[in-house]
Write a protein that binds this ligand. Sequence first.
Ligand code: UD1
Ligand code: CA
Length: 446
Amino acid sequence: MKTALIILAAGKGTRMQSDLPKVLHQIAGAPLLIHALASGRDITPERTVIVTGHGGEAVTAAAQDHDPDIETVEQSEQLGTGHAAAQAAPLLRDFDGKVAVLFGDTPHIQPETLARVMENDADLTVLGFHADPSTRYGRLIAAGDDLQAIVEWKDASEDQRAVTLCNSGVMAARAEVMFSLLDAVDDDNAAGEFYLTQIAAIARDRGMTAKVVECEEAETLGVNSRADLAAAEAAFQARKRAEMLELGVTLQAPDTVILAYDTVIGRDVTIEPNVVFGPGVTVETGATLRAFSHLEGCHVARGAVVGPYARLRPGAELAEDTKIGNFVEVKNAQIAEGAKVNHLSYVGDATIGARSNIGAGTITCNYDGVMKHHTTVGEGAFIGSNTMLVAPVTVGDEAMTASGSVITSDVPEGALAVARARQETKPGLARKLMARLRAIKASRKD
Ligand code: UD1
Ligand code: CA
């Protein structure tokens, strides 16, 4: 059956104390909204509709930047979750398949959990979980998995508040059923809101089947404050680190490694303490990432060694068996097989040929204040320590530059370029100079 997603994201998120809409706050390098969308991975939705309100333009831009096919609809007044879901009716009422409603501020629902909800064959399926009775979640009034009604905490009796089976907010039904149920929702309750949860009782009144599918409470945790955001980050990191260990990645100090939502790491990769991943990193089998390195938007091939204290920025492409050493920054540069940049260098907007050695302190001077320019180094070249490569410039295969050179014109293959002042040596002059300076100092004391 075809599937569609409705994600509710119109709320203000007052408790975040932020100018940024709540669903755009990030965990693991991606907005909460993108994590909610990721819950739909296993059901491959045909349509995705985000209900926006507060900060709607920014939320729409972020969603469409992630996937241009995502649709958005505005809920101009926040009259409740049922009212929010109903805003998707003009887009999805005639959809021939099942729709799931999710909350944009609930980032941990696992794709297999949403798939279980969608596979359930009741007319209406609700995702529930067991929680401590002191919590203020809506309560699922059910006999076994047979759902009778959902009662919001504010409206619940003492007996109902003692029920530990709670509402996650995730619900699924065929589109025509979902919107016909939503049409019947009213605001006659303690909060004076149009509750999405009312559709359970409406379905039962109409003689339909309603079922509960259960998951762990951890999956349903929402983000309402900065403390929740920090807790959500910690939970995400713990899960992703465990996933990495399971896949055969060595993490010497797992708690110190920060992963991104989309980090991909091959087996037998060793990661030393305090390595940080931004979005868009792929590391292949057998590579080593040494302590305190920072990587984003880059690719590290088999057998490469990075760090300690290296920084790989977007567009860094390390081929097999390359070495990027301490205090080296690489940006938008291809480093071919076996090449080495071992110490204190900046390599940006560059192509470095196979087996070339880039000496300590080499800088590609890529920016003239207005435009960026490219540096090309051929294969088997030797760039002397403290060479400034003033781009655009090309150093040919097996060419060399002398230490301390400022290279402003191309160096042909096999050539040695020396571009520095010639050394002059004056025998005995150092001693003479020092003697004179000491004499001056002594005369001033008198
Ligand atoms: C909701 C459920 C409750 C459940 C809990 C789980 C209802 C009535 N209650 O309560 O049963 O246990 O989630 O966390 O559904 N939103 C809109 N427009 C609105 C109102 C809300 O887009 O007019 C969005 C919010 O941005 C948020 C989500 O819907 O992402 C949930 O709304 P929220 O007000 O947090 O619902 P809860 O009171 O937590
Ligand atoms: Ca909530």
